[in-house]
Design a protein around this ligand. Structure first.
Ligand code: SF4
Length: 262
């Protein structure tokens, strides 16, 4: 249902403090590598925050509403100091003076044999002198409990699949850096993992395609619903979705049953 609201209905969403702080921290970590290795220190990273926040506001004027009611600037100051804390924590997890990323904020796109096109932006790609590739993603939230690690790795395996299809190299390591909790989650994929992800993506896309044609989208409530901007439209919360903007094909039951596409 969330996919429908975002992609098909294109309902607007309010900027959130947490997501915007994530964007700011990512920008700081990316820009820090512009400096020579020895100068990539925590104070330097902290000093980048105000300038990157100005740039972000210039490129996304809607962010102004985030702190519009913060007359004394107290909430903004707290928000900025939390960004500082996240940036500082990174230095306890990785040492940027010893890293020379091959790529930062790398846009990747690959087409699978089925014609399905995958694209994404990878926070950092490291390439060892041996040619081994490490894909790194920063998260400003906390690491998931071990039983939920698979979900967190899905995005990384997605990137690994795109890189594999694009460059014919299976990345040696996938690394998630959780600045919120100070954890690093790694996974070393093998081709069978990526083939499995490819099959999963094809099934997911088929479910999306079918739901797009029939308009049969369903809510899949999780605890993240609390942060969803679309509860007022979501049947799960007694809401009514807007009129469907696409022509509808008659719904037909899928042989495997429906997948929740949220
Ligand atoms: S409220 Fe929950 S179930 Fe409904 S669209 Fe948002 S995330 Fe999906």
């Amino acid at each position: 249902m969330l996919y429908r609201f975002r992609v098909i209905d294109r309902l607007p969403e309010k900027p959130s403090e947490a997501a915007t702080r994530g964007t700011l921290v990512h920008a700081v970590l990316e820009r820090l590598f512009d400096a020579p290795a020895a100068e990539r220190t925590a104070p330097r990273a902290r000093a980048l925050i105000p300038g990157q926040w100005d740039r972000l506001r210039e490129s996304r004027p809607e962010l102004v509403e985030l702190f519009a009611d913060d007359a004394d600037g107290e909430r903004l100051a707290r928000w900025l100091s939390e960004a500082e804390r996240l940036v500082e924590r990174w230095f306890t997890l990785e040492d940027p003076t010893r890293l020379e990323p091959a790529e930062r904020e790398l846009f990747v796109e690959a087409e699978l044999a089925s014609g399905l096109r995958l694209r994404g932006i990878i926070d950092r790609v490291d390439v060892a002198p041996t040619g081994e590739v490490r894909i790194v993603d920063y998260k400003t939230g906390k690491a998931p409990r071990p039983e939920y690690a698979e979900g967190a790795l899905f995005q990384m395996k997605f990137y690994a699949l795109v890189v594999w299809r694009l460059k014919r190299v299976v990345p040696r390591r996938l690394q998630l850096v959780y600045l919120g909790s100070g954890d690093v989650l790694t996974y070393d994929p093998v081709p069978a993992d990526l083939e499995r992800i490819e099959r999963k993506l094809l099934a997911l896309w088929e479910a999306i395609r079918l739901a797009t044609e029939t308009g049969d989208w369903r809510p899949r409530p999780t605890k993240l619903c609390g942060w969803c901007d679309h509860r007022a439209h979501c049947p799960e919360f007694g809401g009514t979705p807007p009129p469907y903007p696409l022509p509808l094909a008659p719904a037909a039951p899928s042989p495997q049953g429906r997948m929740g596409a949220d």
